[in-house]
Design a protein. Structure first.
Length: 492
């Protein structure tokens, strides 16, 4: 995976700055609460939601177990339908393939459907370095691009912006990218949407190359599926002469019957709709219907390494609905930029450290960007146990150990700054395996409770700086049980 956002510090440092921004917190609080309330109502309409959730989990797990077979099937089906399949091991290879394909058309402009995969590999920047201008056509992505900003949410990349800020961005920047914003543009949603429509229409009609991702790829026919709410995706997928789709290898589903499950769960979990307004599907090329040339770039970029982790691989089930972000108390307060990745929130806290590794300061900190409240697991439509993976990755950061990186089995070293934590855990392990020592320690702690400090010294300050130390009881549980029950009941 490509590197973190330039200059990003560890999550605690970035989050500390974010929570001081009252405008940001207000924007996030309003948006996430509105989305999650609407989602709850949409999900409640389905009596079989739990069964659909379990079905989605099983379909994804089955596909991941047999991914090698389904990838070959996708290549065969896409090729038979007139498309060309390319394989990209990492971001650099994917960017090189896409840039070369665009250059072969002779074009210097492309229009893009909103795509997490292309953001992950920093495709826009790679194309710009080759003199190719990529224009985002999703409204929120357009806002981010015009504002020289970064996405902060999976579903609503500009969630950190309010209407006044968006109006100011349109007024100052649209003219540099194409058709300028109308004079006297206000911050009413209708006027902002109309300004974006007029600005983008010129690009849709002029572009000869489109770039997309895909929400799903159906292996049995090689069909790609994009779901969206604005119609910009449909324009990008049908008007250009050449279409290039960059898709993570985990986006495959075996059959159309499997796709039916996700077409019910994804819209409800993301936009709180029963069905996405635009569901576009294409299989290879068809004479006089859509692009005449189609390329599919299948992207690994750390996914095979993640697949090798028996606990962490469940992150690859993700269908990018963003439901976990909207219920996360940490995300609501810190926002998406603090995660230093195009994948923010709870899913980003487990996906980014696996795709990129935990070698950088920010990736080593992401598994700690959670209260482990479990709300993310409760709303996930494919039942990813995010808290389980977070704890698993925390162990990897602190202890190191075996892992797979770039297809090779390696032994990771513990991350810096966790020596005290390792020592504390080893001491706890020793105490819990020596009952006599544990009992003596508990009694000593109870008898000296009035002398205990309000916060921990030394490295412990990082823990007690944001938490109250639990009060030590007047006597240990074992002593209380012995005194009140006379030892009956077998307490040891």
């Amino acid at each position: 995976m490509s590197g973190t956002f330039v200059g990003m510090p560890a999550f605690p440092v970035a989050a500390r700055e974010a929570v001081r921004d009252t405008t940001l917190r207000g924007n996030l609080r309003h948006a996430t609460r509105t989305i999650r309330d609407k989602r709850a109502r949409a999900v409640a309409e389905l009596d079989d939601w739990a069964a659909l959730r379990e079905a989605g989990k099983q379909i994804k797990d089955h596909t991941l177990r047999h991914l090698d077979r389904y990838l070959v099937r996708v290549e065969e089906a896409v090729t038979a339908a007139g498309g060309t399949v390319h394989w990209a091991a990492d971001a650099d290879e994917a960017n090189e393939i896409v840039a070369r394909l665009v250059e072969e058309t002779g074009e210097r402009e492309v229009v893009k459907v909103k795509s997490m995969a292309t953001q992950e590999i920093a495709l826009n920047e790679a194309l710009e370095a080759r003199g190719i201008h990529a224009y985002e056509t999703d409204l929120a992505e357009l806002i981010v691009q015009l504002g020289k900003d970064r996405p902060s949410h999976i579903l609503v990349p500009a969630i950190h912006r309010n209407r006044g800020e968006i109006r100011d961005v349109f007024r100052s920047e649209m003219g540099e990218w194409g058709r300028p914003a109308p004079e006297n543009l206000t911050d009413t949603p209708a006027e902002l949407a109309e300004a974006a429509r007029l600005h983008l229409r010129e690009k849709f009609l002029r572009a000869r190359v489109g770039i997309s991702g895909a929400n799903f790829v159906v292996a049995e026919t090689g069909t790609l599926v994009v779901v969206e709410s604005e119609g910009n995706g449909r324009m990008c997928l049908t008007l250009p002469e050449t279409l290039i789709s960059v898709v993570g290898i985990e986006k495959i589903v075996p059959t159309w019957r499997d796709l039916e499950v996700f077409l019910q769960t994804l819209p409800r979990s993301s936009t709180a709709e029963r069905m996405n307004p635009y569901t576009s599907m294409w299989t290879g090329t068809t004479d006089e219907d859509g692009p005449g040339t189609f390329h599919l770039v299948l992207l690994d970029n750390g996914r095979t390494d993640t697949l090798a982790d028996e606990v962490g691989r469940q992150a690859l089930r993700c269908i990018r609905c963003s439901a976990c972000l909207n219920v996360c108390p940490v995300y609501e307060r810190a926002g998406g930029h603090a995660y230093g990745s195009v994948y923010p929130g709870p899913i980003g806290a487990i996906l980014s450290p696996q795709l990129r590794g935990t070698g950088s300061e920010i990736d080593a900190s992401l598994p700690y960007a959670s209260s482990l409240c479990g709300a993310c697991y409760e709303v996930c439509p494919v039942a990813i146990d995010i808290p389980e993976v977070l704890v698993h990755l925390r162990e990897r950061v602190v202890q190191g150990g075996p892992a797979v990186r770039h297809g090779n089995r390696v032994v990771l070293k513990p991350a810096k700054g966790h020596a005290a934590e390792r020592a504390a855990m080893r001491a706890a392990q020793w105490a819990f395996t020596h009952p006599g020592a544990l009992r003596a320690g508990q009694r000593l702690a109870s008898r000296t409770r009035r002398l205990h400090p309000r916060s921990l010294p030394g490295p412990g300050r990082a823990w007690s700086g944001s938490r109250d130390l639990p009060a030590v009881p007047a006597e240990p549980f074992r002593d209380w049980w012995q005194r009140t029950h006379g030892g009956k009941g077998g307490a040891k």
